[in-house]
Design a protein around this ligand. Structure first.
Ligand SMILES: Cc1cc2nc3c(=O)[nH]c(=O)nc-3n(C[C@H](O)[C@H](O)[C@H](O)COP(=O)(O)O)c2cc1C
Ligand code: SF4
Ligand code: SF4
Length: 285
């Protein structure tokens, strides 16, 4: 079989710190070089019930807790019924998942989707790294993007596969779907804002995919980013106690701490470095 009939791909992605987005961009490049139209959508800003099942669907997400984030599970569960719509997935991870490829297939196949490919790609660790070795990370990204390129070519030629993965993967996937597991992770990875560093720009609030960060209301306030991703805001000099507050629903995606321009958000328990793979503009545009 080959998939030369693919004309348009709607590619839904979520990326905390940019690894997954880099993979998506590489795959998009390959598809477009083969005259396939690719539409990118931020998964966290899309109503899954309204996706267009006349197009081939791509899903790209990070691995979290051997599975993926609850927002991704909710998206997949709420995708509409389909009539043989081709779907492929790609995830990025540090080293190991086990609970994502099989379980996503198991949700989508009975809905009428045709699973045409699944691939897991190793990228640098973004989960509170203690130390960052820039050279090793660069090499990992380089290899990851080669795999992404090859995977996109395989999708086009029909060589890609999304095989059923039995029993163990359902077991592994269980943790990343369980509320209790995320509650305990939230405690373990509790975040705090250092108000002496915070410049009250509000970027963290805009980045959070689950609305976990709120700033005090401030009328006429708007974030503006420069071309290089520097925060410029139109907020007048501070008038109130205007700092981020966490609402207890963090999904530990790492965005706010990674992209805070002043590194004002950090884990309470241990020291860690900041990892980010893209310009912040690419995650909110
Ligand atoms: C909360 C959390 C849990 C993670 N769990 C895993 C895991 O179980 N296995 C793994 O290999 N990587 C794990 N990682 C690492 C990420 O999957 C990896 O760095 C990924 O490429 C990040 O993608 P992003 O930059 O698009 O967010 C985890 C990262 C986070 C933030
Ligand atoms: S992104 Fe950083 S500096 Fe800006 S409001 Fe949030 S914590 Fe403060
Ligand atoms: S508060 Fe949690 S979910 Fe929101 S951006 Fe920060 S790490 Fe991600």
């Amino acid at each position: 079989m080959n998939n030369h009939s693919i004309k348009t791909i709607d590619f839904y992605f979520f990326s905390g710190t940019g690894n997954t987005l880099l993979v998506v961009k590489k795959m998009k490049e390959v598809f477009e070089n083969n005259r396939i139209v690719v539409n990118l959508f931020h998964l966290e800003k899309t109503d899954p019930r309204k996706i267009d099942t006349n197009h081939t669907i791509g899903l790209a997400v990070p691995v979290a807790e051997q599975g993926t984030f609850p927002l991704v599970w909710d998206f997949v569960k709420n995708m509409p019924q389909a009539n043989e719509t081709a779907v492929f997935m790609v995830d990025t991870m540090l080293a190991f998942s086990g609970g994502i490829v099989g379980p996503i297939r198991k949700i989508l196949k009975p809905k009428g989707y045709k699973p045409i490919g699944a691939k897991e790609i190793c990228m640098p660790n973004n989960l509170f790294p203690r130390k960052i070795d820039e050279e090793k990370n660069k090499e990992k990204v380089r290899k990851g993007l080669i795999r992404a390129e090859k995977y996109a070519e395989d999708i086009i030629s029909g060589r890609s596969r999304w095989r059923r993965i039995p029993i163990l993967s359902d077991f592994m996937g269980y943790f990343s779907k369980a509320d209790w597991a995320w509650k305990s992770l939230r405690k373990h990875y509790k975040l705090a804002v250092d108000e002496s560093k915070c410049i009250q720009c509000g970027l963290c609030e805009s980045l959070c995919p689950v609305g976990n960060i709120t700033m005090n209301d401030y009328p006429n306030y708007r974030i503006i980013l420069s071309r290089s991703g520097q925060v410029i805001s139109n907020m007048p000099r501070r008038l109130t106690h205007y700092y981020p507050e966490f609402q207890g629903k963090c999904t530990i995606c790492m965005r706010c701490l990674s992209f805070c321009p002043k590194k004002a958000i950090a884990r309470i328990k241990t020291k860690h470095e900041i990892y980010r793979a893209v310009n912040v503009k690419e995650l909110i545009d």
